[in-house]
Design a protein. Structure first.
Ligand code: ATP
Ligand code: MG
Length: 270
């Protein structure tokens, strides 16, 4: 891997104040089309390090597509995306990418035959060599780290249970714990609390946003509940038909803007 020696880093870049750091996410006219469908129309946006951003919008508005592009799982049809100053397209898909960004998927994607703890430890695979990774599936390594993460999301008593036997909500918590162990700079979460009852949804969103804040991580998530979005995120971006409708600090987003975002076509205030 190529590294830059400290003497070659300019003072402006090496200073640690947030303003001198490159943006966590820099999207430059990136978009995605599938045949005739413009899932995300080319858009540009900048997300600061440590910022918590919620993407809102009706079903099919392009939220998952945009998140998948930020997570490096989907290549944009146009434009480019930089994470912390580096072009995503240049990052090595294994270790390099997993240090920069980790994604919790809408359908949490645990391995059903592995225990909750083994799934959580899989978050370390980006850091481990192949041999250690394979061994870990037989004999979990860094067990304590995994258990601590499970404890933080409130399911340490499920550590030995096969993921396929866990409830939807428990699986979502395990997916959050896995990401805490992966420890990427940028957390991308696609409806991380969608299968939880309202009280649990609040709790898990609290855990996720608090963990992100404490560790200075950038968090970009889609959330169905506008209340949850306003409570836990400092910035809200509204998407509709693959285009940005608003991009505002959450306290400035009005009920009218939210109602309009989700309104059925033909019932909108233009
Ligand atoms: N692989 C694909 N092939 C073709 N079209 C796709 C594909 N993935 C997404 N789309 C289309 O792109 C648009 C945006 O989809 P996306 O999944 O990003 O929406 P979303 O906002 O996440 O919706 P939801 O709230 O239902 O999860 C939709 O019209 C969808 O049908
Ligand atoms: Mg989606």
């Amino acid at each position: 891997m190529k590294t830059t020696s400290p003497s070659k880093i300019s003072p402006a870049i090496s200073a640690s104040s947030p303003s001198s750091r490159p943006p966590a996410v820099l999207i430059d006219e990136a978009g995605k089309t599938y045949g005739d469908v413009e899932a995300v129309r080319p858009l540009s946006l900048t997300i600061r390090p440590g910022e918590t951003v919620a993407l809102l919008g009706p079903s099919g508005s392009g939220k998952t597509t945009l998140l998948s592009m930020i997570a490096g799982e989907l290549e944009p049809s146009d434009g480019s995306i930089h994470l912390r100053g580096r072009n995503l397209a240049d990052l090595h898909p294994g270790r390099e990418l997993s240090r920069e960004v980790g994604m919790i998927h809408q359908q949490y994607d645990l391995v059903p035959n592995l225990s909750a703890l083994q799934n959580v430890l899989a978050g370390r695979l980006g850091d481990w060599g192949l041999v250690k990774s394979v061994v870990s599936l037989l004999w979990p390594q860094d067990r304590q780290m995994g258990l601590t993460a499970l404890e933080r999301v409130g399911v340490s008593d499920r550590a030995r249970v096969r993921a396929g036997l866990l409830s939807g909500g428990e699986q979502q918590r395990v997916a959050v714990a896995r990401l805490l162990v992966q420890n990427p700079a940028i957390i991308v979460a696609d409806e991380p609390v969608s299968s939880l009852d309202p009280a649990r949804a609040d709790e898990v969103m609290g855990i996720l946003t608090e963990a992100a804040r404490k560790a200075g991580k950038t968090l970009v998530a889609t959330v169905h509940s506008t209340d949850v979005a306003r409570t836990y995120f400092e910035r809200l971006i509204g998407l509709r038909n693959g285009a940005r409708e608003f991009d505002l600090p959450s306290h400035l987003v009005t009920d009218d803007q939210l109602n309009d975002l989700y309104a059925l076509e033909g019932l909108r205030d233009e």
